[in-house]
Ligand binder design. Structure first.
Ligand SMILES: Nc1ncnc2c1ncn2[C@@H]1O[C@H](COP(=O)(O)OP(=O)(O)OP(=O)(O)O)[C@@H](O)[C@H]1O
Ligand SMILES: [Mg+2]
Length: 362
């Protein structure tokens, strides 16, 4: 057996270590104990779309428009040396594009100094699609259950109201107080049950420009808010006409904007933005060309615990909310074969309606 000299081995090690770190598919980031960037391998530069030169010495979490990695947990890694992995870290860049990463953080020692090593893997798009499909199924199951229940309540409710009306005629004026209470409450419940049942008419589609609908909504809401919220319109005029039910799209937008107005204060801003989006997945299907209508607000954001559930019927973060606005909006967008998605963090909440564009004839 041939033996190698220790310098030879040292050189081999150094050579491969350098080669490996620079060619590794995993993005590697080294931070100091103040969580400032000290090194990025080329994979990390590619994923973050920024060079080490620009990011050196910058605090990691502040190097992006938004980074969902928990700073406290990173600080804890420095303090305790205990590793952690977060499989759902979202990074948002200046052009508002987003990536999801699985990040493992651990402590390493380099030249006697404590460093934090972040190993980041971009999560496969398929995983995101699976999550979306799962949420979609859950949403449908919840909606069907509630619809079934609402339907069961609706029938006897009509009978109850009718009976109270008949009884009303037989009673003295003092006793009528009770029947009118029954009628009033039955009406209130019917109202709720109708909203629970959701939109039941098929869309009445016409080919038109979505900006017409957006302009109507803008005109309706521009002055109809006591807080003086500023509206910004950022339209892409090249978007072609498509088949839509203008009333349904209008209701969808009003539900979304209504929620934003509720959470905003007098410094609030709502942006209505339209763009062409390419290569989208809508309910598991790949769509090459689509229209993206976004409603973006600068409010407090949706609490993380609510984020996965807001489209479910009867989920509300407001004391007096019925939690139906977004579920109805989702149904209406579905009727247009599109999807309604949300991305939110404090200071920026974006609801986007993605509507597929028909394939161009060849
Ligand atoms: N732009 C937003 N910013 C912050 N939170 C939001 C925003 N939009 C929705 N939410 C949260 O999502 C919840 C669900 O909204 P949804 O419209 O479905 O129901 P609701 O507004 O509570 O009741 P309803 O619309 O039936 O009157 C809201 O209660 C709120 O907590
Ligand atoms: Mg609402």
């Amino acid at each position: 057996m041939r033996l190698h000299s220790s310098t030879q081995l040292k050189d081999i090690r150094r050579y491969y270590q350098q080669q490996l770190v620079s060619q590794l598919g995993t993005a590697v980031v080294v931070l100091n104990n103040r969580l400032e960037i000290k090194y990025l391998n080329p994979s990390a530069e590619a994923i973050f779309n920024k060079s080490l030169n620009r990011l050196l010495d910058k605090p990691f979490v502040e190097s992006f428009i938004h980074c969902s990695l928990d700073v406290e947990r990173l600080e804890q890694v420095v303090r305790t040396g205990q590793d952690f992995t977060d499989a759902d870290v979202i990074l948002e860049f200046i052009d508002n594009s987003r990536i999801t990463l699985e990040v493992s953080a651990s402590v390493i020692m380099i030249d006697g100094k404590t460093r934090v090593l972040l190993e980041c893997k971009q999560i496969d798009k398929q995983k995101q699609i699976n999550t979306e499909m799962f949420q979609e199924q859950q949403w449908q199951a919840a909606r069907d259950l509630i619809r079934g229940l609402a339907h069961e309540i609706k029938n006897p409710l009509g009978g109850l109201r009718g009976a109270a009306q008949l009884l009303d005629r037989e009673l003295t004026p003092e006793q009528r107080e009770f029947t009118s209470l029954i009628i009033e409450q039955a009406d209130r419940l019917t109202n709720l049950v109708d909203r629970l049942l959701g939109p039941n008419q098929l869309p009445n589609v016409t080919q038109m420009n979505i900006h017409q609908v957006l302009e109507t909504v803008y005109q309706l809401k521009r002055f109809d808010n006591a807080k003086g919220i500023k509206f910004i319109r950022d339209y892409d005029p090249s978007i072609p006409d498509i088949d839509i039910d203008p009333e349904k799209l209008q209701q969808t937008l009003l539900n979304i904007i209504g929620n934003a107005i509720q959470v905003l204060d007098e410094n609030g801003e709502i942006t209505l933005k339209t763009r062409i989006a390419t290569n989208q997945t809508i309910n598991g299907e790949k769509v090459k060309l689509a229209i993206k209508i976004s409603v973006i607000d600068n409010g407090p954001g949706i609490p993380p615990a609510l984020q996965d559930k807001i489209f479910y019927p009867m989920v509300s973060g407001r004391a007096n909310g019925t939690g139906l606005g977004l579920s109805i909006a989702q149904t209406l967008v579905h009727q247009h074969h599109g999807k309604l998605a949300c991305h939110s963090y404090p200071g920026r909440t974006e609801f986007s309606i993605i509507l597929p564009l028909p394939k161009r004839p060849n």
